[in-house]
Each structure stands twice: as structure tokens, then as C-alpha cells.
Design a binder for this molecule. Structure first.
Ligand code: ATP
Length: 286
């Protein structure tokens, strides 16, 4: 049985609408207006233990919503989701013991606390045996080069330093699944490489299942054997990057009447392949 099963997942958000200005605020009080945004319109996929999945799609496609549901943060409106045989939302407490989550744009550490204190607190929260915690922490500190950061408050860290600390924080309780939502956003090239290398090691050496969202297609090229593309809350493709490339090239040939040219096909940069794939499927926001 797959470790993660997502079947016909649906999620909508209700958005309060108001006109600008004081008049708009008053009208909104007297006669509230709502709009519904369908974030997930029946997303299905399954992930086996030890897979490393690139979960990509344009802005607003529904990636973060899917991760939040998988992490037990949000309850879906419809469909079924099972992680390690559990319902992430209904069985949240047991569920979170087995997953690690990194949101590139947010911190799970404490802003004013030194990194090392944050690690200790997380160990307490996850009730990790102190000997085991010390061992895992030392390993992560060495691998992610955090020695000199342990005494520094999180707010003083650079983005790259904070991201390395976040990844360590997500792995302190040795989860078997790691959800990474844009972990390389805003990082410089060496920091991106460090994150990629670490994720790959966690996946290969520890067998950690990884679901990674990113807009950096070099992350995908370096890491993911399998890619799911979503657009407007639907799965548009599920397979290796090469299958996307083949689809894009076939469409280009149909358009231009050009003959197949393997060298030309392979030469197209991954960003161009993905951009064309999004365009082909009208996946981007209107
Ligand atoms: N809390 C919320 N309230 C209202 N609408 C939301 C909320 N969160 C997401 N949405 C909407 O749901 C849709 C899917 O958003 P989601 O954040 O899942 O997309 P995404 O693929 O992660 O996008 P991005 O790449 O821009 O981060 C978007 O239209 C977004 O505006």
C-alpha cells in the first residue's frame, strides 16, 4: 500500500469581498459578500515510501493547499487522504510525529530564541528521547553546518542560514516523510546547492519520502525522479520530467511542422519546457 494516498481531494476557500474605502467597509458590515475560490478540484495521486516527488505548478495552482492538507493543518472539503494509513487531520497528533514540514516563507522556530533552544523545545514537543535527540541534532548540525548558529536568535539569521536551521528543525524527530514547500526560495546559489544536496542525502541514505514544491526548475532537475504538475487545482501530468519534455516537443512539432530532432529536444532548458507545458495546458492564472 502506498505511503501517501490522495484521492479526489477537493478544497475551496470562502473569501469576504468588500469595496475599497470606509463606505466599502460599512457596506461589507451591513451586507457581507462572499466569493468561493476552488483551490483543489479533485486531486489524486499516490506516493510510495522512499519516493522523491517534485510537486509543481504555477502560482495559485493549489500546491500549498495540498501540502497543508497532507500535513494535517487543513481539513479537505471532499475526497480522501491517507498518510501512513492515517487521516492527517482527524489523527493529527499521531500523524505529526511521522512527518516534517518546511514552509520556505515561514518559520517553525522561535524568532527570538537561539536556534539551539528552539531545537530543545521541539524535542520536548515531539517527546523525543533526550539521548536520541542529542544524536540526531549533532548529526544534523554537522551536515547542515549549523555549529556557529546554535547560539544565535533566529531573527538574526540570514535567509540561507535560517533555511538550513528550519530543515534541521523539521527532521529532529526523525520523521519518515518530509514536506518541503519552496525550501530554496530566495536562497543564493551555494545555499540552494546545500539544501538540494541535503535533501537528496536524506532521501537516498535514510529513505525519507520527500514531497517538494518549488518554482526553481533546477531543484526539480537535480532532485525529482517523478514530477506532478498541477494547474487550477487539477493534476495535469504525473511522471518523469522527460515525459513532460516529450509532450512539449510533440506539441511544438505539431505547431511548426518540424521533424523530430533528439538533440534539439534535449537542448531545451527545463524552465522553457515547464513554461511551455503550463501554456499548453492553460495552467497559469488568468
Ligand atoms: N487562506 C486562503 N484564503 C483564501 N484563498 C486562499 C487561501 N489560501 C489559498 N487560497 C487560494 O487558493 C488557490 C490555491 O492557492 P495555493 O496557495 O494552494 O497555491 P500554490 O500552488 O501554493 O501557489 P504559489 O505557487 O503561488 O504559492 C489560490 O487561488 C489562492 O488564492
Amino acid at each position: 500500500m502506498p505511503q501517501i494516498v490522495v484521492d479526489q481531494l477537493r478544497k475551496s476557500y470562502r473569501i469576504h469581498e468588500r469595496d475599497p474605502g470606509v463606505g466599502g467597509a460599512l457596506r461589507a458590515l451591513l451586507r457581507p459578500r462572499h466569493r468561493t475560490v476552488e483551490a483543489l478540484a479533485g486531486v489524486s495521486f499516490a506516493l510510495e515510501r522512499g519516493e522523491l516527488l517534485g510537486f509543481i505548478g504555477p502560482n495559485g495552482a493549489g500546491k500549498s493547499t495540498t501540502i497543508k492538507i497532507l500535513a494535517g493543518i487543513l481539513r479537505p472539503d471532499g475526497g480522501r487522504v491517507q498518510v501512513n494509513g492515517r487521516d492527517p487531520f482527524a489523527d493529527r497528533e499521531r500523524h505529526v510525529a511521522h512527518i516534517g514540514v518546511v514552509f520556505g516563507q515561514r518559520t517553525q522556530l522561535w524568532w527570538d530564541l537561539p536556534v539551539g533552544d528552539g531545537f530543545r523545545l521541539l524535542g520536548d514537543i515531539y517527546r523525543v528521547d533526550p539521548v536520541r535527540l542529542a544524536r540526531t541534532r549533532d548529526e544534523l548540525v554537522a551536515l547542515l553546518q549549523l555549529e556557529r548558529l546554535l547560539d544565535q536568535p533566529v531573527r538574526q539569521l540570514s535567509l540561507g542560514q535560517r533555511m538550513r536551521a528550519e530543515i534541521a528543525a523539521a527532521l529532529l524527530h526523525e520523521p519518515d516523510i518530509l514536506f518541503l514547500d519552496e525550501p530554496t526560495i530566495g536562497l543564493d546559489a551555494p545555499s540552494k546547492l546545500a539544501v538540494r544536496e541535503f535533501v537528496l542525502r536524506a532521501n537516498r541514505e535514510r529513505g525519507t519520502t520527500v514531497l517538494l514544491t518549488t518554482h526553481d526548475m533546477h531543484d526539480i532537475e537535480a532532485l525529482a525522479q517523478r514530477v506532478i504538475v498541477i494547474g487550477h487545482g487539477r493534476v495535469l501530468a504525473d511522471g518523469p520530467v522527460e515525459a513532460l519534455r516529450a509532450q512539449v516537443m510533440a506539441a511544438r512539432r505539431a505547431e511548426t511542422g518540424l521533424q523530430a530532432d533528439a538533440e534539439d529536444d534535449e537542448g531545451m532548458a527545463i524552465e522553457a519546457v515547464i513554461t511551455r507545458f503550463y501554456a499548453l495546458h492553460s495552467a497559469t492564472e488568468a
